[in-house]
Design a binder for this molecule. Structure first.
Ligand SMILES: [Zn+2]
Ligand SMILES: [Zn+2]
Length: 189
């Protein structure tokens, strides 16, 4: 991007103020006239807001050049390289740990708990309910219990979703007409 700080009638197309030495105006696209100039912060803000990386008027894609400090070494010091590598590894391990934990919880602990509680409740004996905490920690039939638990959890979720759907149907008296639901959405905004 080229910068220019001179003419007084050159103003930013976003905030309408002039360019200053510490806040120069740029012309990042091929637009001309009064909309040619823009502050870097105004452009960044507009890009964040519009989620576009090109000028809406001329279609030119904005490009940025990284500017390094003059005392920047020509080669990256080994210490910084190692620190960067370590932090990348730490982030990867953290994510891996997080997803493994989530997978163990949803594919292991939740179905297993559901299956054993379900069995204890429907066994119909006080004994089964009293020994539930010990049954929870038992390791026999682990795989088949987890498999059955997945089925129990799926049925429970489906039943719950069905109840919510039924409640909606009862409260609103069937699906809303197209126009009404549209109007509701607009007034909600
Ligand atoms: Zn501006
Ligand atoms: Zn433009």
């Amino acid at each position: 991007m080229d910068s220019e700080v001179s003419n007084t009638d050159i103003i930013c197309r976003v905030c309408r103020s002039e360019g200053l030495v510490e806040r120069p105006l740029f012309h990042p696209c091929i637009c001309t006239g009064s909309i040619k100039w823009i502050h870097q912060e105004c452009l960044m803000q507009w890009m964040r807001y519009s989620r576009k990386e090109y000028c809406e008027l001329c279609g030119h894609r904005f490009s940025f050049t990284p500017i390094y400090s003059p005392d920047m070494p020509r080669r990256l010091p080994l210490k910084d390289l190692a620190a960067g590598l370590l932090s990348s590894i730490a982030t990867a391990v953290k994510y891996w740990f997080h997803y493994t934990l989530v997978a163990i919880a949803w594919l292991g602990i939740v179905p297993l708990t559901a299956c054993r509680i379900y069995r204890a409740l429907f066994a119909g004996t006080i004994d089964a309910i009293l020994t539930l905490p010990f049954d929870m920690l038992a390791t026999e039939n682990l795989a088949s219990d987890i498999f059955q638990g997945c089925f129990v959890v799926t049925c429970t979720l489906l039943a719950f979703a069905g109840l919510v759907w039924l409640r909606e149907q009862i409260l609103h008296g069937g699906p809303a007409p197209r126009g009404r639901s549209c109007g509701e959405r607009w007034s909600g905004c």
